[in-house]
Design a protein around this ligand. Structure first.
Ligand code: SF4
Length: 90
């Protein structure tokens, strides 16, 4: 693996997820600055909310609560396709 995120997508106070403390505890971790970021898991360091198999079918299990940062990239949109290309996912 060539890179690793230290902090992934931030969960801000204005995000609906921030108010859902039960879900926040599952989906996020706090960094040294006290900011919440989506939790990364596994060897691939993927978002804990992402379920399925990469390159085949994946979905966000927290779609309705996904933070603002997640909403900036649309599935199948330009940024999405570019990121897939960069990672060798067809
Ligand atoms: S869209 Fe969902 S699966 Fe993707 S990073 Fe955001 S919360 Fe995680």
């Amino acid at each position: 693996m060539g890179w690793r995120f230290v902090d992934y997508v931030e969960v801000k106070k204005t995000d609906a997820l921030f108010a859902r403390k039960d879900m926040l505890a599952v989906l996020a971790v706090r960094n040294e600055e006290g900011e919440f970021h989506l939790r990364l898991v596994g060897e691939e360091q993927r978002c804990v909310a992402l379920v399925g198999r990469l390159g085949e079918f994946v979905e966000c299990s927290a779609y309705a609560l996904r933070p603002d940062g997640c909403r900036r990239v649309e599935a199948g949109g330009h940024a999405c396709l570019e990121a897939r290309r960069d990672r060798g996912i067809g």
